[in-house]
Ligand binder design. Sequence first.
Ligand SMILES: Cc1cc2nc3c(=O)[nH]c(=O)nc-3n(C[C@H](O)[C@H](O)[C@H](O)COP(=O)(O)OP(=O)(O)OC[C@H]3O[C@@H](n4cnc5c(N)ncnc54)[C@H](O)[C@@H]3O)c2cc1C
Length: 447
Amino acid sequence: MSAMLAETRPDEATAVVEAPRRERKRVVIIGGGFAGIAAAHALRHADAEVVLIDRRNHHIFQPLLYQVATAVLSPAEIAAPIRQLEVKQPNLSVVLAEVTGVDVASRTIEASSPGVGVRKIAFDYLVVATGMRPSYFGHDEFARYAPGLKNLSDAETIRAKILGAFELAATTEDESERARQMTFVLVGAGPTGVELAASLAHMVKVTLRGNFRRIDPSKSAIILLDAGNRVLPTFAEPLSRRVTRRLTKLGVKVMTGVKVETVDDKGVIAGGSRIPSATVLWTAGVAASPIPKLLGTKIDRAGRALVDPFLKVVDAPGVFVVGDAASVMQNEHPVPGVAQAAIQEGRYVGRLIAKELMGRKVKRPFRYFDKGNMAVVGKNYAVLERGWLRTSGFLTWLVWAFVHILSLPQLQNRLRVQHQWVWSYFTGQRSSRLIPEPPRTPGADTR
Ligand SMILES: Cc1cc2nc3c(=O)[nH]c(=O)nc-3n(C[C@H](O)[C@H](O)[C@H](O)COP(=O)(O)OP(=O)(O)OC[C@H]3O[C@@H](n4cnc5c(N)ncnc54)[C@H](O)[C@@H]3O)c2cc1C
């Protein structure tokens, strides 16, 4: 039985099966995020043909996406081309395609590339590392008005929405419309919501100061809503309280215990009251990509595949799920959906496959090593939790900045981000304040 995404069912006649060369086993990895790249890297010395498939040609450093959305960084500064991995790893091929079907029984996947059509690619081992996407908790109609933050195009959409709102506020003569344009609502007070709200607060107070004659951007309302009873629910309560105080000091209105009922073109209805807003941002929920479902295995409520302690899919030999797409339990707690967990899982599976290819059996199940949890709350302030250690403030912020610079995918990103941060720190300016022009019909306008 072959499972496919309904909306992308390909024309069977166009699909040609690419079989592995007989002398080498083929490992197909779907997803060039943190987990997929770690798996590919761990297979660099393996006697195998490694095929890494991603629908994007670039890897994104998601922890800094919020800085692209708030104009601190430009997209290229937090992304790196996946293809360049081929240069360093001779047994690796990178394929730009969207995987639309998986047939565990015949050990093939279907991948569709624009202009090329559908290809069936056979595998001996399959590693699914397809990550998550925003979830609107059954209210997909909200997506139209409240973009989520998952990729570079989301970040650019949000940036354009924020900057565009100030331009419209400065243009309109209508007081209530001006207030609506200058009200920003963020739904979801997890790390992304908190980081985005704090960065936006700094932008309206510092970066945009004096940029408009008719409006004062520092008078904007930034509202962070959450149905839960505190911000950063995955952190210890005292840290949540400190973060709430910090956000309030920055001018963010934190509203917890408030459920969003409607998001529309006028704003949101939350806790029974309407909040007029032209910019609603969705930083609340995530759900797994549809690929784990195609494996025919059990999935949890968020669509993640339930895997065994070796990250294998039960009853599907040689098939693994890693990173955000996997539901992994450790000491009766779920392994968190963070970059470190994805990297460790990808690396573990890559090494496991490399050992199996050498005829060795891996006896040690996956163990997640928690290096700690961090969130940044504007300039000079971050929180860190690692076991019993809980810190916050300027020194923690320095640690945050150092760790993030070192974790960027390539030297070029590290240098560019460092440069932008120093510039922004001392001048308060942000160098990526662009609202893209709408596409024009070729030839329609020659100006
Ligand atoms: C805004 C934001 C901020 C975050 N901040 C932090 C943070 O500060 N610290 C932290 O540790 N974690 C953070 N995270 C979480 C972290 O980024 C994820 O846990 C991590 O990216 C998971 O890695 P992954 O490889 O499983 O998935 P991803 O990195 O999401 O990669 C999945 C890849 O699969 C590809 N893909 C998906 N479906 C298909 C398909 N059908 N065909 C082909 N390719 C496909 C995608 O294009 C993508 O490249 C953040 C996440 C977001 C969204």
